[in-house]
Ligand binder design. Structure first.
Ligand code: GDP
Length: 140
């Protein structure tokens, strides 16, 4: 077990339905600590940059439109094996395939409006954290 930081986004479908607190409770119950957090309205350029890896995918434009359709909550989570742990807590991309008790099973509306983002590797976690947070905003 190693202490890690991962990056999380509570997506617009969840902020719209006032689910930030319920999702944070699930994160904390899993033993992850929210060590940075802010609610922001992404610009189109920010959303396109964040999801640049997906720019050739058929759903890219829809995904960007969805991600700027309302406020999001960006977060840094810390804990033992936080990257893999949070992926477990989130559940599968498609909520129909997500395990019971996961955030996506409990809250997601669709494969696109799936309530949360979490980094898929330690390397991407560091890149994604730096995309949104200054070191001074992260308080462990
Ligand atoms: P994640 O790591 O589980 O978030 O999944 P991916 O990296 O594969 O996809 C990034 C995000 O794109 C997902 O969380 C969804 O919001 C969206 N997405 C993924 N697959 C699809 C799809 O087939 N259709 C649409 N509309 N959106 C998708």
């Amino acid at each position: 077990m190693t202490m890690q930081k991962t990056f999380s986004i509570i997506k617009p479908d969840a902020t719209r339905r006032n689910l930030t607190g319920k999702i944070n409770a699930t994160i904390e119950a899993a033993g992850l600590r929210i060590i940075a957090q802010k609610r922001v309205q992404l610009t189109q350029a920010q959303a396109e940059g964040f999801y640049a890896v997906h720019k050739e995918r058929a759903f890219f434009n829809d995904l960007v439109s969805f991600m700027i359709s309302g406020p999001v909550v960006v977060q840094v989570l810390e804990g033992n094996d936080a990257v893999a742990k949070y992926r477990e807590v989130m559940g599968a991309t498609n909520p129909e395939n997500a395990d019971a008790g996961t955030i996506r099973k409990e809250f997601a509306e669709s494969i696109e409006a799936n309530s949360v983002h979490g980094s898929d590797s330690l390397e991407n976690a560091a890149i994604e954290i730096a995309y949104f947070f200054a070191q001074t905003e992260i308080v462990g």
